[in-house]
Design a protein around this ligand. Structure first.
Ligand code: CDP
Length: 231
């Protein structure tokens, strides 16, 4: 009898700035899984479109651009580095201008098709925690464990504002709040793969939980899931 533990896919979805990536990274580290922040891929496409003045209303322009883009991820000390055509864009993709454009770009079906195909290939070997907006609903509808993170708006604004501040990016709380609201709206009302909770996802409100507490909850869920499917 085989007593090894099966590796699973863990999908973490939710609104902007409610702690998905921080939790996904910590959980992957604890489980010795790979963590993939799928938002970074949409951000890298957006950066390319901005730099090359791609008209996102023009499907041909978008298609031509997609053919020129190569996005891949590498990992250093378990931290993801996002590459766009062989350039490390990990810092550039977090800039406020990218925050402004990433949601409109992410509504495009041609963009989503490319990203989802690439993400699904990354999940082939399992042992993966992926965070985003459509991971439990579209990318891995069969994921063994799905979580949906929420947090109160003011908490999210404060977290994102601090994060930007630490990176030396100046933005007012009002600007951060408007961007989060705008992105949440576009992400949850778009036609293709809108942000929504998968029916079988567990909701975690992170508003009053420390990162350590969030990790404990997620890790307990993961262990229970892994034990359940142990063969
Ligand atoms: O870190 P934050 O929550 O602000 O955003 P992110 O995860 O980096 O994602 C940036 C944007 O990419 C989102 O606002 C979505 O528009 C898009 N996105 C998506 O459409 N599907 C995903 N699986 C991940 C991100």
């Amino acid at each position: 009898m085989h007593t090894g533990q099966r590796k699973i896919i863990i999908a973490i979805d939710g609104y902007s700035a409610c702690g998905k990536s921080t939790l996904a990274r910590a959980l992957a580290k604890r489980l010795q899984y790979l963590h993939i922040d799928s938002g970074a891929m949409y951000r890298a496409v957006t950066l390319y479109f901005m730099r090359h003045h791609i008209n996102i209303q023009d499907p041909q322009d978008v298609q031509d651009a997609l053919e020129k883009i190569s996005i891949y991820l590498t990992f250093e000390n378990e931290t993801q580095i996002t590459w766009l055509n062989h350039e490390n864009v990990e810092a550039a993709i977090r800039a406020p201008e990218v925050n402004q454009w990433v949601s409109p770009v992410s509504t495009l079906t041609s963009v989503r098709k490319e990203m989802v195909a690439q993400q699904q290939r990354m999940g082939k070997g399992k042992g993966l925690v992926m965070d985003g907006r459509d991971i439990g609903t579209v990318v891995f509808p069969e994921a063994e464990l799905k979580m949906f993170l929420t947090a109160e708006l003011d908490v999210r604004v404060e977290r994102r504002w601090l994060e930007l501040n630490e990176k030396g990016i100046v933005a007012s709380r009002e600007e951060v709040k408007n961007n989060l609201l705008q992105r949440d709206h576009i992400d949850s009302t778009r036609e293709d793969s809108p942000l929504r909770k998968a029916e079988d996802a567990t909701v975690i409100d992170t508003s009053y939980l420390t990162p350590k507490e969030q990790l404990q909850i997620a890790h307990d869920l993961a262990r229970a899931t892994i034990d359940r499917i142990k063969i």
